[in-house]
Design a protein around this ligand. Structure first.
Ligand SMILES: Cc1cc2nc3c(=O)[nH]c(=O)nc-3n(C[C@H](O)[C@H](O)[C@H](O)COP(=O)(O)OP(=O)(O)OC[C@H]3O[C@@H](n4cnc5c(N)ncnc54)[C@H](O)[C@@H]3O)c2cc1C
Length: 393
């Protein structure tokens, strides 16, 4: 047996029973016993003050990753235009790389896209790995995966970040599978552990009820995707970056998928991600008429209207205006939340706004924890007052 209890040493404190995530410890005759559900995870051993729980499983060794260097961002472009999320990720990559004393690099795949290297350097890429090939003109899963894989194998990065866009969500899992590493999708926060120097990847888990921080000790690169609007793009003036042209070899088998036609979906005219001011409402707004008043306020402020999932489910606003874990992630200069309780799933989409004002009649509403200013009161009194004061300014 890999884990067992030295019965004579066990004092029946039951700490191990509480600590076991698999329910593998049982209690009988005032002593703990290990059952076949045990996975040898070692959680019980860590909490046993009597040192009564023994194992013959050797701790997993952390491989030597000293040759793994660099924080990489897959720069997404479409039709020769960089997606904003790539620049946002470069902003975060600068922070991570400085904590690790490593460099920031961007991977740019496409055809005739070398003109974009300058912009990537301006936003913090010290190196740009450029893979330029006619077959890479439009995104296709297999050729793009082949190229990113070959770059990883050749240059051995430490961290690889991608946008959680349609393309990133297709490409990232393929790449992670190919190179045999884990992937944390839709991260809302990325940091470097100051002691272990590994990437701490935070994302909502268990239906958004908790924020989980995930770390990968045993494989490289550490891979994460981040939704647009979560991180902040930062220019790095004066940076002299280097462009490294990567020789592209594509197997004919990977080119079997052909793009016959690209149909661009018409934008529905909502641009929450780039909005400077967002006026958002929740259940407390009460009905569609309440949202008309909010829309008026948004107009006066030159901002966009948004809301919680409840507001969408009630049919007060369309789904493309939903902010949160399953909606848009926004980062305006000003976010005003009316009648929004501040559930974790909503906060995940707006907590990086520069300034947050919350209006709620409940002084204990969690939204106040992330607000810069709070107004405790009835939104039906406050909204007309705000509109009239702003109009007479
Ligand atoms: C997997 C999952 C994903 C989710 N994704 C999202 C998401 O992307 N976005 C999202 O928003 N939610 C999401 N949710 C739902 C989320 O958990 C909450 O249920 C939701 O955000 C609550 O919306 P709310 O704040 O409008 O309503 P409530 O929580 O009911 O809050 C209403 C607030 O209005 C206040 N209020 C009432 N009347 C007034 C008044 N007259 N004046 C002032 N204040 C008033 C109340 O005090 C209360 O705080 C998700 C849930 C799950 C499980």
């Amino acid at each position: 047996m890999a884990v067992w209890v030295e019965i004579d040493l066990c004092n029946g404190c039951k700490r191990c029973i509480k600590a076991c995530p698999y329910g593998a410890m049982e209690f009988e005759d005032n002593k703990a016993h290990v059952t076949e559900r045990c996975t040898s995870c070692g959680a019980c051993i860590e909490v046993c003050k009597q040192e009564a729980i023994k194992t013959d499983v050797k701790p997993k060794e952390i491989p030597d990753f000293s040759d793994r260097k660099g924080v990489w961002v897959v720069a997404e472009q479409r039709g020769g235009e960089l997606k904003r999320v790539s620049l946002e990720l470069l902003g975060k990559a600068q922070e991570l790389a400085s904590a690790l004393n490593q460099e920031v690099a961007a991977l740019l795949l496409g055809h005739k896209v070398s003109g974009l290297c300058e912009q990537l350097i301006e936003y913090g890429a010290e190196k740009v790995y450029l893979a330029d090939h006619p077959e890479l003109a439009d995104y296709r899963t297999v050729p793009y995966t082949d190229v990113v894989e070959s770059l990883i194998r050749q240059y051995k990065p430490n961290i690889l970040l991608m946008g959680a866009t349609h393309i990133g969500r297709d490409l990232a899992p393929r790449v992670s599978r190919r190179v045999g590493v884990g992937l944390t999708a839709d991260c809302t926060e990325l940091n470097i552990d100051p002691e272990e120097k590994i990437l701490l990847q935070t994302r909502p888990a268990f239906g958004g009820n908790v924020m989980a921080t995930i770390a990968n000790r045993y494989s490289r690169p550490q891979m994460a995707t981040v939704r647009p609007g979560v991180m902040e793009a930062k220019k790095r003036p004066g940076l002299k970056g280097e462009v490294i042209t990567h020789e592209v070899h594509l197997s004919p088998k990977g080119l079997e998928t052909k793009i016959l036609e690209a149909v661009t979906e018409k934008k529905k005219g909502v641009n929450l991600v780039n909005a400077k001011v967002i006026v958002a409402g929740g259940r407390g707004v009460g009905d569609a008429n309440g949202f008309k008043k909010l829309e008026e306020l948004a107009e006066v402020l030159g901002g966009e209207l948004a809301g919680t999932r409840v507001a969408v489910e009630e049919g007060w606003i369309p789904v493309e205006r939903q902010v949160g874990q399953t909606g848009q992630t926004v980062r305006p200069e000003l976010y005003i939340a009316f009648g929004i309780s501040g559930a974790i799933q909503h906060r995940a989409g707006m907590m990086n706004s520069r300034y947050i004002i919350a209006v709620n009649k409940d002084p204990r509403a969690p939204i106040f924890q992330v607000s810069d200013w709070g107004i405790v009161g009835d939104l039906h009194d406050i909204i007309p007052e705000m509109i009239s004061r702003l109009k007479t300014q």
